[in-house]
Ligand binder design. Sequence first.
Ligand code: 5RP
Length: 219
Amino acid sequence: MSIDSQKQAAAEAALQYVPEGCCIGVGTGSTVNHFIAALARHRVPIAGAVSSSEASTRLLQQARIEVIDLNSAGDIEIYVDGADEATRHLQLIKGGGGALTREKIVAAASRRFICIADQSKLVDVLGRFPLPVEVIPMARSYVARQLVKLGGQPVLREGFNTDNGNVILDIHNLKILDPSKLESQLNEITGVVCNGLFARRGADTLLIGTDRGVDVLKP
Ligand code: 5RP
């Protein structure tokens, strides 16, 4: 089964977690694109969706799913999103698509986070995938120096601005043995808007598309 078919299988499996008549949170990325397509194809009767990016907003609108402002939505029942890496403890690296800040906000506002991914994303230790950090542009060099002190090699994502008008530093060569601690340390650096570690609030359910079907992982 191709990676894309595994993503599609995980996305389809997430449909069973979608409560009818509710507003749901929708993440960003190619796996989530399959989820949005599945919502439309199966005509799942939801009240609407809070989107984590301009890209997902466009797809939701094309699928004729109402996009609801988070400030009007209250608490959201479930949030469905992908990941760049995931452990069996359901701690994640996200932000490969640069939408990490809005993704973390929608995840925080949601009761349950259903993470959908293909099997290549499952790892024992986070950090092979460069960890994205969203940074206020004027703080870029200062933040990069602090990241080097933490043992990483930050690389500016060239030609990329987030939906919030900021830049991304991707930290290479980190072996993340204590994801929650590193998440807090990164948050404390002045100029950092958000980092791509979803450890303190990881996923509640991880759906991994594999060649044998979809594995369901819970903490
Ligand atoms: C975007 C993300 C995505 O969830 C992550 O990059 C996974 O993407 P894909 O589903 O395309 O593999 O965090 O900011």
